[in-house]
Design a protein around this ligand. Structure first.
Ligand SMILES: Oc1cc(-c2ccc(F)cc2)cc2cncnc12
Ligand SMILES: [Mg+2]
Length: 214
């Protein structure tokens, strides 16, 4: 059967990247998306904002919802302190298989735990399966209609603490209006919008950073 876009992206990383060099993997994916095929990675512009928030938070416990090909997984993992691991959840097994190879090519496999399954099923298992008390940093980049139910699940499962930072992609395009309304109007969050553009395009998009106030 015909290859998938993520599989073609992996080939481009293996061809144009340097094994063990995360920056070269990030550049190879951005080049592929700008010159060969658009793909829904967070991209370089929003990726730089992601980098700055991760660096500011310097988290010990990290969760990513929506691995896709592992682009943002590599961006985050390359910035983590030694010994810190990030957990990333991916629903699509074909994409997960590509992401594992891209993460390994970057040399970051020891800093990443990739779990296949739906966020709704897996979030309640975080404590028992991974010994997590609370998350310092969460990156939401999966199906837009899951952002609101999943943040409520974080609250119900006691996975947030005073100061936990949630960063959400695509709050304008494709858009997550119910999620935005919730975090911007809830007294339990302090939210800030970072304007940018949809990856590799001129279309308006941005990231919403929400700090849990306890
Ligand atoms: O960053 C993203 C972008 C788009 C997307 C697709 C098509 C289009 F036309 C515009 C935007 C979809 C996503 C799904 N999950 C996670 N991230 C995504
Ligand atoms: Mg996205």
């Amino acid at each position: 059967t015909r290859s998938t876009r993520p599989q073609r992206m992996l080939k481009a990383v293996q061809k144009n990247g340097t094994k063990g060099n995360p920056e070269s993997v990030i550049s190879a994916i951005d080049y592929f998306c700008k010159h060969s095929e658009w793909a829904m990675n967070v991209g370089d512009e929003k990726g730089s904002i992601l980098d700055s928030v991760v660096t500011e938070v310097n988290p010990s416990t990290v969760l990513e919802l929506g691995t896709y090909c592992g682009y943002s997984t590599v961006r985050i993992a390359r910035l983590l302190s030694p010994g810190t691991k990030l957990i990333t959840l991916e629903f699509n097994p074909v994409n997960a298989a590509v992401a594992r190879q891209i993460i390994a090519y970057a040399g970051l496999q020891d800093k990443v735990i990739l779990v296949e399954g739906s966020s709704g099923d897996l979030i309640p298992q975080m404590k028992e399966r991974f010994g997590i008390m609370t998350f310092d940093f969460i990156f939401l980049d999966h199906w837009k209609d899951r952002y609101l139910p999943d943040i409520k699940l974080f609250e119900e499962c006691g996975l947030l603490r005073k100061g936990s930072v949630l960063l959400a992609d695509n709050v304008i395009c494709p858009g997550t209006p119910e999620y935005l309304e919730y975090v911007r109007n809830s007294p339990r969050y302090e939210s800030k919008y970072y304007p940018a553009h949809l990856e590799y395009t001129k279309v308006e998009d941005g990231l919403e950073k929400s700090v849990f106030l306890g």
